[in-house]
Write a protein that binds this ligand. Structure first.
Ligand SMILES: O=P(O)(O)OC[C@H]1O[C@@H](O)[C@H](O)[C@@H](O)[C@@H]1O
Length: 194
């Protein structure tokens, strides 16, 4: 392939635990026979089903720098204590903590995202105008989805022939009180076991 003149192996392992955790593990191996290394970036682009995007908040990204894809990727700093949605959002948060939560107040459900070897986090919702322009996206579907995914974008990965990289993202659905601050002690104990 002209745009990617390398030989590689990509493996995606999808596992679902009995309690509903989704574990995605990606492995990429350099199979170049010519001795050449290659460099790449990586992102999981997981879409969450939410009740109403205007009622959703993403916590764990406060004070972080991000690249804003809607403003020619300029570097900004998150000012809010949570990311909320009132218009199109397309950002790459940099060096995020290993745990990010997406809280859906209406459904009283929180998605806990844990990640390994994936320092960055993509947050995306196309909102109305872009949704209408996308052929594979319903005009109204932006209202009930949110893309939050672990990524490695700022610092690309370099692999020499024979080397392999592995990245992992785990999504656990839990009751919303988990990170809303209104925790009862029993619930905390239950969640710490997750
Ligand atoms: O259709 P996909 O692969 O889920 O990507 C949707 C969007 O994802 C965003 O992260 C990209 O910045 C957009 O450019 C893109 O349109």
């Amino acid at each position: 392939m002209k745009t990617w003149p390398h030989s590689y192996e990509l493996r995606l392992q999808v596992a679902l635990s009995p309690r509903g955790d989704l574990i995605l593990t990606s492995r990429i191996k350099n199979k170049n026979a010519d001795g050449k290394p290659f460099q790449f970036t990586f992102a999981f682009h997981t879409y969450f089903s939410v009740s109403d995007i205007s009622e959703v908040r993403v916590e764990g990204l406060d004070t972080l720098d991000y690249h804003d894809n809607l403003q020619s990727k300029i570097r900004c700093t998150e000012q809010g204590d949570a990311v909320v949605f009132e218009s199109e959002v397309d950002r790459i948060y940099l060096s995020a903590p290993p745990k990010i939560v997406t809280i859906d107040h209406e459904k009283k459900r929180t998605f806990v995202l844990r990640k390994k070897e994936l320092p960055d986090v993509v947050v995306w919702n196309p909102w109305d105008r872009k949704a209408k322009a996308m052929p594979d996206f319903g005009a109204e579907e932006y209202k009930c989805m949110l893309c939050v995914g672990a990524a490695r974008i700022e610092k690309p990965i370099t692999l020499r022939p024979g080397e392999e990289w592995q990245g992992r993202q785990e999504i656990s659905p839990v009751p919303s009180s988990y990170s809303s601050g209104l925790l009862d002690p029993e619930m905390i104990q239950q969640m710490q076991r997750i």
